[in-house]
Ligand binder design. Sequence first.
Ligand code: ADP
Length: 589
Amino acid sequence: MMCFLKRKYLPILRNAALMRLFGYLPTYKGYIIGATLAMIIGGGASSLIALVLGKLTDMAFYQQDTIVVYLAPIALVGISILHGGTQYLSQFLLVRVAQGVMLEIRTLMFDRILRWGDELFMKYRCAEVQAKFINEASTALTNAAGVLTIIIRDSIQIVCLLGVLFWHNWLLTLVTFIVGPVIALILKWVNRHIKRLTSQTQKTFGELIGTIQESYNGERVVKIYDGYDYEKERFRNVNERLRSLTLKAQRVYSAGTPLTQFTSMVGVSIVIVFALIQAKMGMLTVGEFTTFLAAMLLLLPPIRKLSSVNGTTAAMTAAAESLFRMIDELPEKDAGTRTLENYSGAVEFRNVSFAYPAKDKKTINNFTLSVKPGEMIALVGSSGAGKSTLINLIPRFWVPTEGEIYFDGIAQSELTLKSLRKQIGLVSQDVTIFDDTIANNIAYGCRDRVTREQIEAAADAAALTDFIKALPEGLDSPAGPNGNHLSGGQRQRVSIARAFLKNAPILLLDEATSALDTESEKHIQKSLDTLLKGRTSFVVAHRLSTIINADRIIVMRDGGIAEIGTHEELLAKGGLYNHLYTLQFSKEN
Ligand code: ADP
């Protein structure tokens, strides 16, 4: 039996993820002590049942002691109240602890994700992360409460009942020990399978969420391209896989309990045969036999629970390991210590190269460029030339693999990310709008530092005033989930207003390629012109007007500079720009 209990506890104590999970417990020591006391009392109470029954048999039936006849049933009711009450209390206290730890872990996970670099955002699918938040966090922690209850309460019950057994008849008790190793073997088998199946199930659950998410977000593409059958099949596949994995896990899980029960019953039967032999030899009274039998039968439920706890522990371990693996991913490196004060807006690329992880080819290749404060740089070049990648290096969304970018002569790697990003405004094609009011979307990240007037001025500069005035709640109107109350043009203007309010010396602009209506385009162009004024700007340009207004145009090819100069200079050169111009822009003239 000791070996059986050791097999229960050791895997938990040896598992780093579970120990780490339990590391959160000291904060809740009051609850834990309360729950443990309740469990000790509850666990011990059940062994009293066996003793009372034994005494009842001997004293009431054989010795005709009337007091015992009346007292015994009252004692049994009292014991069951004690048993039930402590169970209620301990469960409630432990769930309170589990929910507390879950809150801490989810907060930690969210904080860590916010600090991830782009590399990790590429590594994990969004749905996988969601599954960890929803499914794995609760698998780990709700199960932890259950497991703790079983481990403490039922182990105590087992120890107390074993004590009663030993005290009454050590010889018989030894026989019970034959069953121990057999149960341990069954549990080992269950444990191994459950753990493997749980990790697979959790991964598939992430895929299921991903499939739903993609079909949901892409509903229009599904409709137009008649993707119903394709989506249905894709969903059916992953759904089916999830079902089959869950069933497999349940099969193993469910087989574990009856198998242990069966083994225990065989053990009990052997013990009863021995007990009957002893009774025949006059070594055992009927009352002692009753106590012994009651204790043995009472021993079965906690043993059964301890056997099922293995499957739960395996599921919990897999979930906790997966959670901590994600939590332990390193945040983006922020080793710089310097800050930019009174930054002029000068940017210099010195031999900058960059290759995406797991890609051999450099996307940016030995790029060198010095940009004066307030200069407007237009980036043109065929798709895949590296324009967006270059822009993403400036706020260090990606870190150059070679070379450095300097800001007022200070290397990017020496700057804190906060100070670097404070200098940069961003208006990109795919605008992010949060499910909040328009005002809060414009003042994103600086709500507590700006006045209402400043937000209104930014909205006005982004040509949003007419639109906002027409809304019943004005600036306080909700933008809707994903900003779906706003049109494409309005979303872009909100992002331009955001950049106005930030008023940073550098502006990164990825011009929209999507066709906007002429009215929106006119508004956007006008506000962008105002926004660009006086700032150092890098524009991935798609409009001829932007390109013509640029101080310098950089024609990119294979991550490097193919040509550089003003519109006229480059046209006169008759090279790549001239070619691009003839293909893309000359018709805009
Ligand atoms: P452009 O903006 O000029 O169209 P990009 O900078 O977007 O070009 O892309 C340049 C190259 O880098 C392309 O070959 C593209 O496939 C690759 N690329 C872009 N983003 C990633 C990424 N996150 N991971 C791997 N490769 C990428």
